[in-house]
Design a protein around this ligand. Structure first.
Ligand SMILES: [Zn+2]
Length: 241
């Protein structure tokens, strides 16, 4: 009886091990082909998302990006962080890059030091408290910057080269077509992860551009792959060759 039980336990353990091995193999082969490719030899493009996080839409986007093995960059609103700390930690844990999009979504030009700090430094401190690191990019709302913003930014300022204005009509098909038509190596795409239609568009864009051989990477990965250093207070629109 005891011997039988022992055999039973061994059989169960062997079964579990086989199952686990199968799971790991399936997971490996399920990754996109480009996941292990050399970045410098690929067509690269960066997806960036502003105005989040928003739990329902951002979570669905993160699920879709994870399924596709895609890393993106999120420029977050400070006042929305308190209710979304877990979502922000998930972004970081899953390899996405994070940036600041001010605390209240205000235009940063013509602000005095105290008002600038209340928008940017406060958000940076909140993100640092949540994530334990302090290396966040800045995207000024409306893409508005001046010498004061450059001087006070304390980090690279990242704009974009492909803007389908997804907020305007929230038309998934139009947004997808415009981004796919304008896509080029080294581009930075601007979308907003607070609209369900933009999440649908983003995932469709990934699938269509994957089929064209694009590899999606974070802002840091994009510029590093092209040998362009990102410097504090400098403004970047793209990494076109
Ligand atoms: Zn914005």
């Amino acid at each position: 009886m005891r011997r039988y039980q022992k055999r039973g336990i061994i059989a169960v353990l062997a079964g579990l091990l086989a199952g686990l091995t199968l799971l790991i193999c399936v997971r490996r082969t399920a990754l996109p082909v480009d996941a292990s490719a050399h970045l410098s030899q690929q067509k690269l493009i960066a997806l960036t998302f502003d105005d989040g996080p928003r739990r329902s839409t951002t979570t669905r986007l993160l699920d879709g990006l994870a399924e596709r093995g895609v890393k993106a960059t999120f420029f977050l609103i400070g006042k929305q962080l308190a209710d979304h700390e877990d979502v922000v930690r998930r972004m970081d844990r899953e390899g996405h890059q994070i940036g600041i999009h001010t605390f209240d979504h205000v235009q940063l030009t013509d602000l005095n030091q105290a008002d600038f700090d209340a928008q940017v430094v406060t958000t940076r401190t909140l993100l640092k408290d949540i994530l334990g690191h302090n290396d966040f990019l800045l995207r000024p709302p409306y893409g508005k910057w001046d010498e004061g913003v450059k001087k006070r930014a304390g980090c690279p300022i990242i704009l974009w080269s492909i803007d389908p204005e997804d907020w305007n009509d929230k038309n998934t098909d139009r947004v997808v077509n415009m981004v796919v038509n304008q896509a080029r190596d080294g581009g930075i795409i601007l979308l907003h992860d607070i609209y369900p239609q933009s999440v649908d568009a983003a995932l469709a864009i990934v699938d269509k551009l994957h089929a064209q051989g694009y590899y999606f990477c974070t802002i840091d990965q994009l510029f590093a792959a092209r040998g362009i250093s990102l410097n504090p207070g400098e403004v970047y629109w793209n990494a076109y060759p």
